[in-house]
Write a protein that binds this ligand. Structure first.
Ligand code: S6P
Ligand code: ZN
Length: 191
């Protein structure tokens, strides 16, 4: 048997980062083009191409059954035409793979959607352990004034299906109304 060597990576609980991450992905507005409901507001912001979030990958464990990967995501505060900064969102390429999120810093929403368009919203604050069941697409949204960060652990072979979300969007979006987050239906949702 060729045993894998155990290891530890430290999560910074104040920042929600993984300082010795094996990879850090940056997502800017250009990477989310067409995903915000207010196309004019998105186009107006595009020249400055703000940083929306970073993903700190703790591992590059092999994408095979039985292996796990884990990471943190830090979403910066801000809106595009009143719609809060958010992740691209995805289904798992292997749809039956679940995932666990743990809130670390700030305040966010986890919005989940079935392939049929059913929506579920979970509020995430530090300590909230939110379960993403098999088959639910998922996106996280920073609804606070500071950074929002969470830890994620998922089967290494889950993979990413970004295409379905890019095509249809989520049926609901989260916008700021009178300084408060509100979940409203997405005018650009294409079922
Ligand atoms: C992976 C997990 C997270 C996200 C990350 C960024 O299954 O759900 O690590 O990859 O939060 O979101 P996205 O939608 O850009 O991959
Ligand atoms: Zn996922």
């Amino acid at each position: 048997m060729d045993y894998m060597t155990p290891f530890t990576r430290r999560v910074n609980f104040d920042e929600g980062t993984i300082p010795d991450a094996v990879a850090v992905q940056e997502r800017r507005l250009a990477d989310l083009q067409g995903m915000f409901a207010d196309a004019a507001a998105e186009a107006a912001l595009l020249p400055t191409n703000p940083l929306i979030y970073r993903v700190y990958e703790a591992t590059q464990n092999p994408a095979i059954p039985g292996q796990l990967r884990y990471s943190t995501t830090v979403i910066y505060p801000g809106t595009v035409g009143g719609e809060y900064f958010m992740t691209k969102g995805h289904y798992h390429a292997q749809g039956d793979r679940a995932e666990l999120y743990l809130g670390l810093v700030g305040e966010g929403y986890l919005i989940l959607q079935t392939p049929e368009g059913e929506i579920n919203v979970q509020r995430m604050t530090p300590g909230a352990a939110a379960y993403v069941p098999p088959y639910w697409g998922h996106r996280t949204i920073n609804v606070g004034k500071g950074n929002f960060a969470f830890f994620a652990c998922y089967p290494a072979d889950a993979g990413y299906d970004y295409g379905s979300i890019a095509q249809t969007g989520f049926a609901s979006i989260v916008v700021e109304r009178d300084g408060q987050p509100q979940v409203v239906s997405n005018p650009r949702f294409r079922k």
